[in-house]
Design a protein around this ligand. Structure first.
Ligand SMILES: Cc1ncc(COP(=O)(O)O)c(C=O)c1O
Length: 403
């Protein structure tokens, strides 16, 4: 059996087929390329029982991943994160069957490790030696760290305001790190120029086809961890939207393989009120979003004013009868406190946004009380020490702890 059943790449706009075994960026019409697999052959050759005994990492699904040679796999042990029931918080918000896919304990502290592991491994397999990318912090950190392990050079550009810890991770990994006084869209312009002038490989969101393949493993894992059944609703904090598009792609592939049955979960794109281009487009029934000026939110990873893959996110929402919803920063801070106090989980602001959305959608009746709901906590709260403040208790005047 081949290690990977990757067959070709196809343009997400025109369906044009492109060679998967050459380094590729966007399709000839400038749209993201998506990986296709020989699912017919895989259907005969591969069954859920084959996963038993495989390592608890995302590479357990290597047939559905693009790396052809196992010797090219760059891993820090990423994937197969816990899917945790949240009985106390779920009861509080009226969703007793609430689960958290917890990406806080993955290497590099965010789910971006998945895209980096697969993207960097495949880049090295295809002979790429130096990549560049704009980032809101976590992706750059993950790609720089995996790049270091792979022996690849990296050039990373992030906003000055990105979480300081991601700056440390990136720089310590040996990347060329540049800061811009602006947003990820400004960083993107810098990277595009450097790519054109210096011939670097552009690893920007959806400008190379394999980061999404790493992220789709969240969808594969959710299905496997629920015994090859699907939840009713999945909520995802959406910036560039790659995770949501990836989960949607994974579930479709599992359906085609016959590993899951029934309707797909209703997918929910969660954004911040200060940066909600996808929500605005969804409310207006549009197929693409418009640039969101002066965007701002403490959930830094979802501060993306215009996503290249917006049309793919919106398509996934429409096709699964999902929705898009914006929550404000005060609701995000409230859920960070609630999740820690009730469930012992220090979630990142982006994850907290998705929990706030679950609460609001339940209140609005869009989520029913008996439904099974999965929320993605995309990273560790400890990466964002400035997102929230606490006031410690006071010692007594004599320096002792009050009774
Ligand atoms: C913690 C966290 N959550 C969510 C996102 C949004 O990811 P996506 O590009 O898949 O929408 C990011 C992106 O930086 C992030 O760092």
């Amino acid at each position: 059996m081949p290690y990977s059943y990757l067959s070709h790449l196809r343009c997400s706009k025109t369906g044009e087929i492109v060679d998967a075994d050459q380094p590729q960026q966007l399709s000839p019409v400038g749209a993201p390329l998506l990986a296709s697999y020989d699912l017919e052959a895989l259907k005969q050759a591969w069954h859920p029982a084959a996963l038993l005994g495989r390592p608890a990492s995302l590479w357990r699904y290597h047939e559905l991943l693009p790396v052809r040679d196992p010797a090219q796999v760059i891993t820090l042990g990423e994937g197969f994160t816990p899917l945790l029931p949240l009985p106390a918080f779920g009861k509080q918000i009226g969703i007793p069957d609430l689960w958290m896919k917890d990406e806080s304990i993955i290497p590099t502290g965010s789910f971006k490790a998945r895209g980096a592991a697969v993207g960097v491994s495949r880049a090295r397999e295809l002979g790429i030696t130096h990549f560049a990318m704009p980032t809101n912090g976590n992706a750059g950190a993950a790609w720089a760290l995996y790049g270091a392990r792979a022996g690849l050079r990296s050039t990373i550009v992030m906003p000055q305001a990105a979480p300081a810890i991601t700056r440390l991770e990136t720089s310590l990994a040996g990347a060329r790190l540049y800061l811009v006084d602006g947003l990820i869209s400004d960083a993107g312009r810098q990277v595009a120029e450097a790519v054109a002038e210096q011939g670097l490989f552009d690893a920007s969101t959806l400008k190379e086809p394999y980061r999404i393949e790493g992220k789709k493993t969240m969808g594969l894992e959710i299905a496997e961890q629920l015994g090859w059944t699907l939840p009713d609703v999945i909520l995802y904090p959406t910036g560039g939207g790659v995770g949501l598009i990836g989960i949607y792609k994974a579930l479709q592939e599992l359906q085609e393989l016959g590993w899951v049955k029934g309707p797909l979960p209703r997918l929910v794109a969660v954004q911040a009120s200060g940066c909600a281009p996808i929500v605005q487009a969804w409310q207006q029934g549009e197929r693409e979003s418009r640039f969101w000026p002066d965007s701002q939110t403490l959930a830094f990873g979802i501060n993306v004013p215009k996503a290249l893959g917006d049309f793919l996110v919106l398509d996934a929402l429409y096709r699964t009868e999902g929705c898009a919803i914006a929550v404000d920063d005060s609701a995000i801070q409230r859920e960070i406190r609630q999740l820690a106090a009730r469930e012992g989980s220090f979630v990142c602001p982006e994850g907290a946004a998705a929990f706030a959305a679950a609460r609001q959608l339940r209140e609005a009746g869009w989520i029913q009380g008996g439904e099974r709901v999965v929320v993605l906590n995309t990273g560790a709260g400890i990466k964002y020490p400035d997102a929230i403040t606490v006031v410690p208790q006071r010692l007594r005047r004599d320096g002792r702890i009050p009774a």
